[in-house]
Design a protein around this ligand. Structure first.
Ligand SMILES: [Zn+2]
Length: 236
């Protein structure tokens, strides 16, 4: 079990020290007051394994049409107005059919969700994840791709795309290249390769995430959502 006390980041100054020259913290306003990290007494933060278990249980309720709609009462609204202690970070696709709070049966303040076409990584997304781990103390990051992802399909087809669409299509291309030629469905292979690539990018990300993973304080997993069944499966 990760010992929360080992987390060195307790203030903006600490975060700056840990973030080093990343530039992310320097962009924050000096007036911004970063929330204190949850202590076990305040919020009993979950370990990465416990958080993953909670997500899987919630998805099972969703699949079986046994949702409990937790943390959506006026009492919860008042509670989270005082501060947030999410138990998992979700980097998911912007696809309208893949909303994390619904498919994991969670509520207000439970998930720190970042959604972008193709569940890719860029500096702003990475900074958001660093904030949620190093400052908020979240122990689990899940990269959530999905079946028949249009962003991955565009990268696979490789046709010219208008406007800024290239920004996420290009980010997916290295995963598409890696999956090419493998047995089975080309699009699904590329979806899985893209999830795995982003997980690896996060695990090796300096200067914050790689250290937190190394210290056992953050767990990073990849998962694929099945559009037809609603089931989330972990990608090994
Ligand atoms: Zn998608």
């Amino acid at each position: 079990m990760a010992n929360r006390k080992q987390l060195k980041v307790k203030s903006k100054a600490d975060f700056k020290a840990l973030a080093g020259a990343s530039g992310f913290v320097d962009q924050l306003s000096d007036e911004l007051v970063l929330p204190e990290i949850a202590t076990p007494q305040e919020a009993a933060p979950l370990t990465g394994d416990d958080a993953l278990h909670k997500l899987i249980e919630g998805n099972q309720r969703y699949v079986e049409q046994k949702r409990t709609y937790p943390d959506q009462t006026p009492m919860r609204l008042a509670e989270v107005a005082k501060g947030q202690h999410p138990f998992a970070i979700l980097l998911g696709c912007a696809d309208s059919r893949v909303p994390p709070e619904i498919l994991f049966d969670q509520g207000l303040g439970d998930l720190f969700v970042i959604r972008v076409a193709g569940n890719i990584l860029d500096d702003a997304i990475l900074g958001s994840i660093e904030y949620a781990t190093a400052v908020l103390g979240v122990s689990l990051i899940m990269v959530l791709g999905h079946e028949r992802c249009g962003a991955v399909k565009a990268a696979l087809e490789g046709n010219p795309v208008p406007g800024h669409i290239f920004s996420f299509v290009d980010a997916i291309k290295p995963a598409v290249d890696k999956a090419r030629g493998k047995a089975g469905d080309a699009l699904d292979n590329a979806v899985k390769a893209n999830i795995t690539m982003v997980v690896e990018q996060l695990k090796s990300s300096q200067p914050i995430l790689a250290d937190l993973v190394q210290m056992g304080q953050v767990k990073i997993v990849g998962a694929r959502y099945d559009l037809a069944t609603g089931q989330v499966e972990l990608i090994p």
